[in-house]
Design a protein. Structure first.
Length: 402
């Protein structure tokens, strides 16, 4: 709900930040260049130009425009205001413009530049500026407001996780774990499962691309990487099994983004991603996203806030992988939110936080430590490191092939 006490001192920064975050707002906004002061107006025009020419926002093009204040662009891009409140910010900008315009018109009347008739006509034109129709509350509208809930994300294989995590569309989830514990393996298993029902995007910022592809083939074929290396000389039965796995992966809508990426480019990719369905985004891992902030805490704060905004403003759910801090790797204690690297804003922005955890006896678990739409939970899992398959444990241990 809109907070009437919100700080609107930087509303022009916030509005431009919303356009940078969600350029489609430019298609529906009634704001005009004159509603902004000179410096913001220049940026507004540059943003509109970039969007109309590229169908997205290219930040480098905006900064390159003549007379654009680069520091102000950075301030706008760093705004934490969510686009869910765009209409309120737009209305506020219009009210501020009307207020200043009426004062200026009154001064012109006082100075004798216009007569009374022209004054009333001008003020009346301003009074209807930005007027919008109201919505009469009906029984159907009120019932819909309490009965229409966010849809749950459906899993095929991880059914216990689905029940316990209660993952919903537009959630921002953190998947955390120590180095070498299996964060990427779990993420790939989750993507393999979810891609059967949803388009998936995987931002691979750490692995060699071929390694990621081989892991997916291993998960689907149950063959270890060493077996796949003998692909050209495999017996016919195994060769068919591998080819069937490859066909299965290729038949789904999975997009892999390899190599390094900045937060701006990640945002632009998601905003322009073509999908009629809700899609799932994996970021492996969030600490490798390029941002302008220098300090590690400031970097993670900017990343966490922005990923949360992206998940809310677009038709996607984001699962971001996160490293643990150094103290956590030295501790024998159970997982807790303080273990997240530069944890402050991460734990605040994420709607859910889960850990992949390895016990001393080499048993693995998914531990849900934060859950806005459910309870904390521990889910024992098996992990076959040879073929990278992870699976929920039932009463009978299952090593899922070799």
């Amino acid at each position: 709900m809109w907070q009437t006490g919100a700080n609107m001192n930087n509303y022009q920064d916030d509005l431009l930040g919303m356009f940078l975050t969600k350029p489609e707002l430019l298609d529906i906004t009634i704001l005009k260049p004159q509603f902004f002061d000179k410096k913001h107006r220049i940026i507004f025009n540059a943003v509109k130009k970039s969007y109309h020419e590229n169908k997205t926002i290219i930040l480098e093009d905006i900064i390159a425009q003549k007379d654009v204040d680069m520091d102000l662009v950075v301030a706008c891009a760093s705004s934490t205001a969510t686009t869910a409140y765009f209409e309120y910010y737009q209305d506020y900008a219009i009210r501020e413009f009307k207020k200043k315009a009426v004062i200026a018109t009154s001064k012109r009347l006082k100075d004798g530049e216009i007569d009374l008739d022209e004054y009333y006509k001008t003020v009346n034109d301003y009074s209807v500026l930005g007027a919008s129709s109201s919505t009469k509350l009906s029984k159907d509208i009120l019932i819909e407001s309490i009965s229409k809930h966010k849809k749950n994300i459906k899993f095929d294989k991880f059914t216990i996780l689905e029940k316990k995590l209660n993952l919903k569309e537009n959630d921002f989830v953190i998947l955390a774990g120590g180095t070498g514990v299996g964060k990427s393996a779990l993420a790939l298993n989750l993507m393999d499962d979810l891609s059967k029902n949803y388009p998936c995007v995987y931002f691979n910022l750490e692995m060699v691309s071929e390694e990621l592809y081989q892991r997916l083939i291993s998960i689907n074929s149950t063959f270890a990487a060493k077996t796949l290396e003998q692909y050209e000389t495999l017996p016919q039965i195994k060769l068919e099994q591998v080819n069937n796995a490859i066909d299965s992966i290729a038949s789904r809508k999975i997009d892999i983004v390899n190599n390094s990426i900045t937060l701006d480019k990640l945002r632009s990719f998601i905003m322009t991603y073509k999908s009629d369905k809700h899609f799932i985004v994996f970021v492996d891992h969030i600490g490798l996203i390029g941002v302008r902030a220098k300090g590690s805490y400031e970097r993670m704060t900017e990343i966490a806030k922005e990923l949360r905004k992206i998940s809310l403003d677009n038709n996607c759910t984001i699962i971001g992988l996160c490293q643990l801090n150094r103290d956590a790797t030295k501790s024998n204690s159970k997982p807790n939110l303080a273990m997240l690297r530069d944890s402050g804003e991460i734990e605040q922005s994420a709607s859910k936080v889960m850990f992949i955890w390895r016990e001393e006896d080499d048993d693995y678990s998914i531990i849900i430590e934060k859950n806005r739409s459910g309870a904390k939970a521990r889910i024992p899992i098996g992990y076959n490191k040879q073929n990278q398959i992870m699976y929920e444990l039932s009463d009978k241990r299952d090593l899922r092939g070799g």
